[in-house]
Design a protein around this ligand. Sequence first.
Ligand code: OGA
Ligand code: MN
Length: 280
Amino acid sequence: MTTLTVEKLNHEIGAEIIGLDADRMTSDEAVPGAVLEALEANGVLVFRGLYLEPEAQVAFCRTLGEIDTSAGHHPVDGIYRVSLDTSKNSSASYLRGTFDWHIDGCTPKDDTYPQMATVLSAKAVAVRGGETEFASTYRAYDRLGADEKKRLAALRVLHSLEASQRPVTADPTPQQLEYWRRWPTREHPLVWTHKSGRRSLVLGTSTDHVVGMDRAQGRALLDDLLARCTAPEYVYRHEWSVGDTVIWDNRGVIHRAAPYPEDSPREMLRTTVLGDEPIQ
Ligand code: OGA
Ligand code: MN
């Protein structure tokens, strides 16, 4: 029996899962495997109007893998509240970093791998802005020419919190700068060879510089690759309605939020499925 009805959103990335209700998400034993398979194939899965309760979201995510249960500014363990309102999330200022393209977890504090998948459910939406955009870094790699693939294979890139915060906090205070610089930096290959054998590009706002390359030349290379990866025809843009749930494969997808105001009611509940492979 086919467990899921999967309708592609475009040719590049994203699919909508039709006709699956919140109860079946957690009760049908065939669902987790089918979701993981659809996720690997499509990068992003959209469940419109699911109205998944926070506890059910956590329970569902546990069927996909181990989840992040660190404190998340929310009473339910395993939920992280995404909001720019500092009364709802005291670390809200860092979330403006989500306005630029990124892969979650490229500069972890400890030795964890970038998360495998992220689930967001819309509790409240922005009046204007706040859409979430996705592009496939698997497809971006596959579109490269043979020579370019060969040239990029040897390159390594330094990722830092400072690089990801500068674009949204152009004029940091000395305290902010000190905090950013205390955070560990990470060196990753530009091309990620996955356990599955697929390859993807490791791009986004946390990229600081290409190791061993002239800074400007390295920046130009990273900017060019990012622009090609995220050209409008390759992007799926999710326009949120309350009750929507979206899950993305953080290993092969880059994402960003369209800017929304700090006093926006927008509130997303996130659950993170922990990574199962290092960037290598
Ligand atoms: C995230 C993220 C984007 C959004 O939670 O990791 O990037 O649209 N969110 O809120
Ligand atoms: Mn993110």
